[in-house]
Every structure is written in C-alpha cells, then in structure tokens.
Design a protein around this ligand. Sequence first.
Ligand code: SF4
Length: 401
Amino acid sequence: MASPFSTSPKTRPVPPLSRAKAGTPLYVHLPFCAAKCHYCDFFSVPDEDQDVDGMSAAILREAERRAPRSPRTVFFGGGTPSLFTEGQLAHLLDRLDALTGWRASAREVTAECNPESLDEAKARALLRLGVRRVSLGVQSLDDATLARFGRVHTSAQALRAYDAARAAGLDHVNVDMIYAAPGQSPARWESELERVLALEPDHLSAYNLTFEPGTRFHLELQRGSIAGVPEEDELAMLDTTRAACARAGLEPYEISNYAGPGEACEHNVNYWNNGPYVGIGPSAVSKVGHARAGNVRGIASYLARIGADGNAAVWSEELGPVARLGETWWLGLRLARGVEPARARATAGFEGGADRDPALEVVASLERSGHVEREGDRVRLTPAGLPVADAVGRRFLGIGR
Ligand code: SF4
C-alpha cells in the first residue's frame, strides 16, 4: 500500500525533508506495470520502452540521500516490482542494502507482485534477495471481471502465481482482491472469495472498487457506460467478507485487511498509526517528524530532478498539532483496535491534555449517533460505524482546519 497521503495540490520544487531516524519504515516505489488497470490511481505507467536501469539508478541516488539506516520494515510497492528481472532486482536490493542495512534490520520485507510476472524462479529470487512477504494482486477470480478491470492476467495465471510463491517457500503471502466490481452480485463475490480463502493465504486485502478521478473507470462512470453496484449489495459483500474471513481464521485488523495470527502488515499498520516513514521513488510520500513531503509524479520529471540535485520533492507541508490530531484519529479508526486518545495526542504532538482535546468532542457526538464505542481506554468503530468508516473518519479531519 502506498502512503495514505498520495496526492497534494502543490507541485513546485521544495527542499527535501531531513533524514529520518534509524529504524524508520522505508517504502520504495517502482512505477512500472504491464498495463494500466482501469481503476488504478497510483502513479504507474506501462513498462514498454521504459528505462528500468535508469529508474533503478535514480531510486538508489535518492536513497543515498534520504533513506533511513536500518529500516524496521521495507515495502517494495508500485507499480509492479515483480516486473523487474532477477538481475535488476538483485542490483537494486543489494545496493539498497549497502546504503541502509535493511537485510539485517527489517522485521518485515514485502514486495508487491502481479500474476503475469511471478513464477517460481522469480519468487525464489525474491526470497533469496531478502523479501519475506509477497502481496499478490489477484483482484478477481472471474476472467470477465479481470478483463473489465484491464488486468493482463487470467484467474488461472493468478492461481499459478500463488502456487509458485508457496512452492518457492514464501511463508507470508497476501492476496489482494477487489469487490463491488461492475455487474458483480454478492453471490458471485462470495464464490470468488471462497476460492481465494481455500488457498489459505496468510493475509487478505479486500477493497471495494472506487471510481477515483483520473482513472478510466471514473471517466466511464461519468459517461454512463459503467455503473457501481447498488449500495445494499456492497454492504452485503462487506458482511460476507468479514464472515468468510472469520471462518478462515483471518481477523479483520483493519477495515479492508484480514490477517492470520501474527500476519498483520506491520508496515501498513504504521501508516494507520500515523507513524513516520520514508518513501523513495516517483510520487512517493514521506513523513519525518511532523513534516510531510511528496515526490513528483512523473518518470521523466523524477529522473530529471534526481539527476539535477538528488531531490524529487515537489510539495511539503507541516500541519498544526490540532490538524495532526484529527489525522491521527482519521487513520487510526480504520484499525479494529481503534484509537487510544492519550496516545493520539502524543503521536500528534498535541500538548493540551484531555480537557482541551477537540477530538473528544467528535468522539462524544459519534458515540451518541452509535458510530463509535469505547472499550477500556480505546475508541473504535461500532458495527454501524464500519460501513460508513470513511465518513466517520473525515469528521475528525475538520477539527484543525
Ligand atoms: S498493477 Fe497495480 S499499480 Fe499497476 S496499474 Fe494495475 S492496480 Fe495500478
């Protein structure tokens, strides 16, 4: 998963953030894909005629300046890292290790992979190079839906890729799925889901399809050539997902993420805890201290900026303590364990104490409406709050702006 803060209106060059403390989680964005999926708003481009080695060299140059030493988690995302050849991966990961020492320090190392570029040899190479966890973009087990999504693989290829990861010895496999695809019924989603869970993945990410501005699906939605599923069907699919994952022993530790014991993605949990992180590569976002900055979204512009002075940041911001507190709640309520108000204040650097904490007024209002509840020293979403989690979370974004 890319940073939750993936866009910003500002695009002028800005000074880079200071180097993060040793141990800070590291995200590396490899922006090439076999084709552009119709729903995707991540920064990625088809890999035809792209200079992979040039991109790798630029990423390493940026890492030399900004990557934290000894990161405790590393996430190779994109884009499709598995598109890189074994030689390209070895070059990038070895040099990155020489710069940061990640192989010795990281407790969790994930690479996003797609079925068309993950066979057993590639999976073995990833494992040999230090990757311990693979996040496999299956998205659907229905070939018509995959074609509608613009995916370049079939369901059979997806199953083969999953088997390849297991055969190679990868013990931590996430499967990425999307539900509420155009025309999908709750029954059809349930049957796809059951087939995926029968594979016994260690972790499942199941996101409902959204129509993000700038994507082909958004354009088709505006033209009326595509429609989302009815809201009641989408809610039924969420219920089905939670029930099926519970039967399969996967806990819903976040709104869209389910994990077996000890398999929650530590790297992503840090995002939801509003922790610090460093992102390297085009469009990557970093948060160091209370400041946030993002790199330019473009291949040529990223290469040019890194080539010029090693800095690709084009926006940065530092919110005030109240706004940071609001964001900490917005992100943290996504987690099943919820938010501990005192910890949220500490994370945000809000020094006012409970009696002056504006988030607690929002909590009280949401308790009255039945969207959140208290359990011990934590506040979390109720079953009624879960389906409207985005709207509930956004109530907190208003407190400091
Ligand atoms: S493979 Fe992933 S990153 Fe690439 S276009 Fe598709 S959804 Fe986006």
